[in-house]
Design a protein around this ligand. Structure first.
Ligand SMILES: NC(=O)c1ccc[n+]([C@@H]2O[C@H](COP(=O)([O-])OP(=O)(O)OC[C@H]3O[C@@H](n4cnc5c(N)ncnc54)[C@H](OP(=O)(O)O)[C@@H]3O)[C@@H](O)[C@H]2O)c1
Length: 324
């Protein structure tokens, strides 16, 4: 029997219900995947609470996983039973098996484990587009990365450093500070104790940052704008503390003719070509040692409630996977 974690009513972590589901044979263009590792993402909590709307109820939570093809539907020619493959895709991820459109899957090279792939497809691809497409990080840039010891954060620090940037990270605890420093951060700021805007001014000797990557949202706004040099870019890519409140465009003018964007993965890595290009870049970065996939926690799929509690309580570091 296929097991899945479903949400029947949006709410707290307790609404995640581990139960049996009926899984039909894969339809035209679909592949059936037996999943070996499932990525835990902050976005999973937004769907669970209703901040992001699922198409309907109940829905299966989860947006990223890796596994083995066990069957293919009519018309699928590029995947075969036994292939190792991974994906990011809106919902349906927290399950022992699932059907998924074949064009959303990427084949795994031998050097990538299922656990790594279940981190790279959503978190890794996000870091890829943020650092290479939304703003092209180059040697000499100074970048500020909020929540630097998180799943996205550690990968972003590693890659931004490898690209030659000076990396400033904000973190919630001393332990997270040490972790960020050993993953590419040049400077860390304990933003629950220190004024991060003042610290960025000190660290940069008043020169501020070229770009701020902000997945924290409400609590770091509008401070993030004050960390940018003239014509710098504010990248607001998430809401771990709540959404950024509405603001006046004039604030961009007042802070030095800033640019601001609110990007999402699907608009950067939405086509088949973009997906393959991004996945290839990630797999190569793991192979050549640029990226060390920071898998710090593993939970049984049936313990998804605890995984969400830990993520929202800020006790996780790096990335976490759920094991079916
Ligand atoms: N736009 C996109 O394309 C896209 C794609 C993927 C992910 N994201 C966003 O990227 C961000 C990071 O995702 P992730 O899955 O890697 O999560 P994560 O960073 O591992 O976890 C969230 C971290 O945010 C920090 N945080 C600050 N204020 C918080 C609060 N009030 N409550 C909870 N956490 C708080 C915590 O770190 P400290 O304790 O160090 O503060 C926490 O560990 C999320 O906002 C997510 O939505 C966006």
């Amino acid at each position: 029997m296929t097991k899945a974690v479903r949400v029947h009513q949006v709410g707290g972590p307790e609404v995640l219900t581990y139960e049996d589901i009926d899984l039909p044979a894969p339809g035209p263009g679909e592949v059936r995947l037996r999943q070996h590792a499932i990525g835990l993402n902050y976005i999973d909590t937004y769907f669970r609470t209703g901040l992001y709307k699922a198409p309907g109820l109940p829905f299966i939570a989860g947006n990223e996983a890796s596994g083995e093809v066990v069957a293919v539907g009519p018309g699928v020619t590029n995947f075969h039973p036994g292939d190792r493959a991974a994906y990011y895709f809106n919902l349906g991820g927290y399950a022992t098996e699932r059907n998924i459109p074949a064009d959303k899957l990427v084949k795994l090279p031998d050097h990538i484990t299922h656990e790594q792939a279940a981190v790279l497809m959503l978190k890794g691809l996000t870091v890829y587009y943020l650092l290479f497409k939304t703003f092209k990080v180059e040697p000499g840039h100074r970048v500020l990365i909020h929540a630097a010891a998180g799943g996205i954060g550690l990968l972003a620090c590693q890659w931004a450093k490898a690209l030659g940037a000076t990396v400033i990270g904000t973190v919630g605890t001393k332990e997270k500070a040490d972790l960020a420093l050993s993953n590419g951060c040049d400077h860390v700021i304990l933003y629950r104790e220190e004024n991060f805007v003042e610290r960025v001014k000190q660290i940069s000797r008043g020169e501020l940052c070229d770009v701020v990557y902000d997945g924290v949202g409400k609590d770091t706004f509008p401070g993030s704008l004050s960390c940018l040099k003239k014509r710098g870019l504010f990248v607001s890519f998430g809401n771990a503390s709540g959404p950024v409140p509405p603001f006046q465009l004039a604030e961009l003018n007042n802070n030095g003719s800033l640019f601001a964007t609110r990007p999402k993965l699907n608009d950067y890595v939405g086509t088949r070509h973009e997906l393959i290009e991004g996945a290839d870049a990630l797999f190569a970065a793991v192979l050549n040692g640029t990226l060390h996939v920071p898998i710090h926690h593993a939970y049984a799929l049936k313990d998804a409630v605890k995984a969400h509690r830990d993520l929202e309580a800020r006790v996780t570091t790096g990335a976490s996977v759920l094991k079916p």
